[in-house]
Write a protein that binds this ligand. Structure first.
Ligand code: FMN
Length: 196
């Protein structure tokens, strides 16, 4: 897949084929992509827990909350559709760059996964204390975010917003995701910022 196609199709996926574990090749490339991430001052503050054991993935699952914009029965993966892997990003001391470093790492990670057909959902709506306990993450370490991963069983497509204010993602009749993105005219400005 060329780079622009990869960027266009690397969307958020929330239903997965739970019978299909993430391949070793995808695991290895996700690890490499995280290692290759840029960080301020090359300080590399992040640590990542790769959760692959199906029992531990299932223990983490109820502590990760999907698709706040949809009714629960539509947005939350059902049994058989759960992620088959999580990556949990952590840090010890927060600096003013940690969130930027994490954003770059999340982007690298999810793109590397999608290069292998592994879909992802970056997650902030997670129960950090519960996940920390399950994964034996010490109190001195903070969970930044988690990423749910697996082979998706739905598509997700960028669409034009119906109105400029309506940026809510939605499901079509086949339960595939549609994700409105702002038109260029509303967020890319050439040479000067428009008058407000
Ligand atoms: C920082 C961040 C946190 C997010 N947290 C969640 C989450 O907790 N649960 C969820 O289902 N999706 C979460 N998402 C996914 C967003 O809802 C998704 O990126 C957005 O709807 C746009 O869809 P797209 O990723 O396909 O462009 C998160 C995304 C980002 C970047």
């Amino acid at each position: 897949m060329n780079l622009m196609k990869l960027l266009e199709t690397r969307r958020t996926y929330r239903r997965f084929d739970q019978s299909r574990p993430v391949s070793a090749a995808a695991f290895n490339d996700m690890a490499l992509a995280l290692r290759w991430s840029s960080s301020a001052g090359n300080l590399q503050p992040l640590r990542c827990v790769f959760v692959t054991d199906p029992q531990i993935v299932e223990a983490v699952f109820p502590h990760t909350h999907f698709a706040a914009l949809l009714p629960k029965e539509l947005g939350t993966p059902k049994p058989g559709e759960h992620p088959t892997m999580y990556v949990v990003l952590t840090y010890e001391k927060k600096t003013k760059w940690t969130d930027t470093d994490a954003g770059i790492a999340l982007s690298n990670l999810t793109l590397a996964a999608w290069g292998h057909g592994v879909g992802s959902c970056i997650m902030d709506n997670i129960d950090r204390p519960d996940i920390a306990e399950i994964l034996h993450i010490p109190e001195s370490v903070t969970i930044h975010s988690a990423v749910a991963l697996g082979y998706p069983t739905h598509t997700s497509q960028i669409v034009e917003p119906k109105t400029p204010a309506d940026l809510k993602y939605f499901l079509d009749a086949q339960k595939n995701y549609k994700v409105p993105k702002r038109p260029f005219s509303e967020f890319i400005f050439e040479n000067r910022y428009p008058e407000v």
